[in-house]
Design a protein around this ligand. Structure first.
Ligand SMILES: C[S@@+](CC[C@H](N)C(=O)[O-])C[C@H]1O[C@@H](n2cnc3c(N)ncnc32)[C@H](O)[C@@H]1O
Length: 359
């Protein structure tokens, strides 16, 4: 198919803010990336922790069991997976929870997914389970609620701004079918500027990334947590210290591609950004949640006993299976790979703060 920006309803030559542009390219009905392509796995465009191995999903499930225990084993308990992708984690989650009958009787499990293609895939994979699919959180009325998202927040388009003489200029794209994508800047909207100025984590930066759409999603989540108690665990590729440049990245067939390459492949490549965890923390604190110390994926998984779990599993494994398991562990734990690049944040409302995985 030759590229046609018209397919994406992109206003030629007009300036489109970065987040609106990405939103169209990823989610425009029928043609957006997440509406027509299953992106995960070695045959896809990128690999995520739950699609590498069940081990990651098992550990997350056990962590949820531990939270339910710390909260005093409430009779009604809710778990929401945010952006569940191909449903790999949810499948392991329902099977693991079955081993804890008291929790299994108390828990409502929800999947929150924006892409119709992916929610259909999840429904197929999880047929016969007690899972419910939701597009808002109105149904959750009673009992603490735990939200979990792996690579959820980094998949939500961000806004970008250049700071010039203390003024904010918003980065936009204009689309020229002949030459590709052009970058241009326009005066930022006053409300966005006002909001951005309330965050200490963005002070003094020359280039600002602001997850306006991501925060709109979190606003609904944080409100639920404040109403019912519970928390949100997010795992993402991200950073704690200032970066001061664009962190947008586009991947296709497990390789990074540049923005002009992306232009020729609109709807065929994923676009994500690195998550600013200091900003996330500040956002949660502003919204009256407590926040555990932000840790790396390696730290969290090791504290949750991933190494011990592997030792148990290895007892019944062939040499080949053991080899594969150690490769998997390396990917999940290596500091230069997911282990160090991915961070874990838990924001919560509860009298108990002694949750596992963070110290
Ligand atoms: C990068 S994938 C991660 C999938 C999965 N969690 C994993 O780790 O394999 C991002 C997921 O979030 C979903 N998503 C992105 N924005 C969303 C939103 N605003 N509401 C619900 N789901 C969303 C995508 O459709 C996709 O399922």
């Amino acid at each position: 198919m030759t590229y046609n920006p018209g397919y994406f309803n992109l206003r030629l030559k007009k300036l489109i803010p970065v987040d609106e542009f990405i939103e169209k390219v990823l989610y425009e009905p029928k043609i957006g990336y997440y509406t027509k392509k299953i992106p995960f796995g070695s045959q896809g465009d990128f690999i995520t922790a739950p699609t590498i191995s069940n081990l990651f999903s098992e550990i997350i499930s056990i962590w949820v069991v531990s939270v339910w225990e710390k909260l005093g084993k409430p009779k009604t308990f809710n778990f929401v997976e945010l952006g569940p992708g191909d449903g790999s984690l949810a499948k392991v989650f329902v099977n693991t929870i079955k081993k804890f009958p008291e929790l299994n009787d108390s828990i409502n499990i929800y999947l929150y997914e924006k892409s119709k293609l992916l929610s259909n895939l999840q429904k197929k994979k999880l047929k016969g389970s007690k899972i419910k699919w939701i597009r808002n959180f109105d149904k959750i009325k009673k009992g603490p609620v735990i939200f979990f998202g792996n690579e959820f927040f980094d998949a939500i388009p961000i806004k970008q701004f250049l700071v010039e003489k203390k003024s904010l200029l918003e980065k936009c794209y204009s689309v020229d079918p002949a030459s590709g994508l052009d970058e241009a800047y326009q005066k930022a909207n006053r409300e966005d500027v006002k909001k951005i100025k309330t965050f200490k984590a963005l002070e003094g930066l020359k280039f600002i990334e602001f997850p306006k759409l991501g925060f709109l999603e979190l606003d609904k989540i944080v409100k639920k947590i404040n109403d019912l108690s519970g928390g949100i665990l997010l795992i993402d590729y991200g950073y704690l210290n200032v970066i001061n440049r664009s962190t947008l990245q586009t991947v296709m067939k497990n390789k990074k591609i540049d923005m002009n390459h992306l232009f020729k492949n609109l709807g065929r490549a994923d676009i994500s950004s690195l998550v600013n965890f200091s900003l996330l923390k500040e956002y949660f604190l502003k919204n009256k949640l407590k926040v555990k110390k932000i840790v790396s994926q390696k730290f969290f998984l090791e504290k949750m006993g991933i190494i011990e779990r592997v030792k148990v599993l290895e007892k019944n494994m062939t040499f080949k299976q053991k080899e594969y398991m150690s490769l998997t562990l390396r990917r999940l734990l290596n500091k230069e790979l997911m282990g160090g690049l991915f961070k874990v944040i838990f924001a919560f409302k509860s009298k108990n703060s002694n949750f596992l995985g963070f110290k």
